[in-house]
Design a protein around this ligand. Structure first.
Ligand SMILES: Cc1cc2nc3c(=O)[nH]c(=O)nc-3n(C[C@H](O)[C@H](O)[C@H](O)COP(=O)(O)OP(=O)(O)OC[C@H]3O[C@@H](n4cnc5c(N)ncnc54)[C@H](O)[C@@H]3O)c2cc1C
Length: 384
């Protein structure tokens, strides 16, 4: 046995890291504050209908290695995410594909004849380079003013509860585009599916080198004590619980779960509501994602809220995140990890990729030089 690794938090990040480290001959102890593993990817059931209590999760990836790892532990059903947006053009509404495709533009033209040409002219006039000053400037130069106003501006400001001009442009080019064709998949990744998440978590931690301690909320002082005793300690809880700072900001929806005693609630799995006439910004109907059959249905409605689910990505928060993570790497005691520890929105396949990378070196953490630790943490901040 190489080393003992103590991982705080048994969400997707903690569990994947635990499994890879265990398969690399480490003894792993996972501490989880809740009664179960899985963090925010965990599923629940209402009247036997599966749903995602903290918002819809679709697995997608362009990398077979990550997908193969995930599929080793669970069953999946074929599912490709296709979302509609309820647009409102001068009082006329319609469901159109998101991100905007040629079909979206044609449907908008049915609502407001002439708008298609306006949109196409704006697209043709886009500058060669994106204006990366902030989220809004970037997306306006990416999709043009009309599509930005109809689909993105209100949704973004409803969701983040800050002006779009204060948000960083960093992730906009990865998530926002206007399709020059009829491809209405939300994610362009070749591989997309809907897994049974609870089965994944049950199986991924089922290894003789992994021990899980449930209902064990670890305090910073205890994490440091373990590190002082010479153990390797990984922290997937909030970065600002590990380091004093008031510069990291979060937002996240308030989610209402509803059981409806009818077979279908809406025509599509996911509908976005960018308009100010709706208090919520998204409705998800889970049977349409999991393929489950049932005479009733469960939906979630997401309202702008105050939960700490998403890090708010501005230039200031990004700089503070990097400063804190690299400071911890230099210190060499507790390792920040996962979406909360690294203060990073992480798609699930990236979390799997991190586990496949870091799980092979975490057992040697105490043997790494300061420069090697900094390089490793920098990679965790950048891995895509
Ligand atoms: C609303 C939403 C929708 C998403 N949809 C998608 C999607 O469709 N596709 C996709 O690829 N990704 C999606 N993601 C991203 C995905 O949820 C993350 O990749 C994943 O949750 C990261 O797992 P994690 O372990 O880092 O964090 P979490 O899931 O938050 O797990 C952290 C765990 O640590 C525990 N913990 C924290 N502090 C302590 C402590 N001090 N002591 C003990 N335990 C502790 C918590 O209880 C929790 O179980 C979505 C994210 C959100 C917020």
């Amino acid at each position: 046995m190489k080393s003992e690794v103590h991982i705080i938090g048994a969400g997707l990040a903690g569990c994947c890291l635990a499994r890879v480290a265990a398969e690399n001959d480490c003894k792993v102890i996972l501490y989880e504050a809740a009664r179960h593993v899985g963090g925010i990817c965990r599923e629940k059931e209402k009247e036997g209908i599966r749903y995602h209590p903290l918002g819809p999760h679709v697995f997608h990836s362009h990398l077979k290695e990550r997908t193969d790892f995930f599929k080793r532990f669970t069953d999946v059903v074929k599912y490709v995410q296709r979302t509609k947006t309820l647009v409102d053009v001068n009082g006329k509404t319609g469901y159109v594909p998101w991100p905007p495709t040629q079909e979206s533009i044609e449907k908008l033209d049915e609502l407001e004849p002439g708008i298609k040409q306006k949109i196409l002219d704006e697209i043709a006039a886009r500058p060669d380079e994106l204006d990366m000053t902030n989220f809004e400037t970037c997306v306006r130069t990416l999709v043009g003013d009309t599509l930005y106003e109809l689909f993105i501006k209100n949704y973004t400001e409803k969701f983040w509860k800050v002006p779009a001009t204060t948000l960083s442009s960093e992730w906009a080019p990865k998530r926002m585009d206007v399709r020059p064709n009829y491809d209405d998949r939300v994610f362009k990744d070749q591989i997309q599916f809907m897994p049974d998440y609870n089965k994944f978590f049950e199986n991924v931690i089922d290894h003789p080198n992994i021990e899980v301690r449930y209902k064990h909320s670890m305090k910073k002082v205890d994490a440091y004590r373990l590190a002082e005793e010479g153990h390797i300690v990984v922290w997937t809880g909030n970065l600002d619980k590990l380091r004093d700072t008031d510069k990291l900001k979060y937002t996240g929806p308030t989610i209402h779960v509803e059981l409806h005693k009818q077979e279908h609630y809406q025509d599509f799995p996911v509908v976005n509501y960018p308009n100010t006439t709706h208090d919520y910004h998204r409705i998800t109907e889970y049977k349409k994602m999991t393929g489950q059959e049932h005479p009733w249905t469960v939906i979630t409605k997401e309202y702008p809220g105050r939960s700490r689910m998403y890090p708010i990505n501005t230039k200031e928060t990004a700089a503070e995140r990097e400063r804190l993570v690299l400071e911890l790497a230099r210190e060499g005691k507790v390792i920040p990890y996962g979406r909360l520890g690294l203060y990073r929105y992480l798609d699930m396949h990236i979390v799997v990729g991190m586990g496949l990378y870091f799980g092979t070196i975490v057992g040697k953490w105490d043997k790494l030089s300061e420069d090697e630790r900094v390089d490793a943490c920098r990679k965790l901040l950048e891995i895509e």
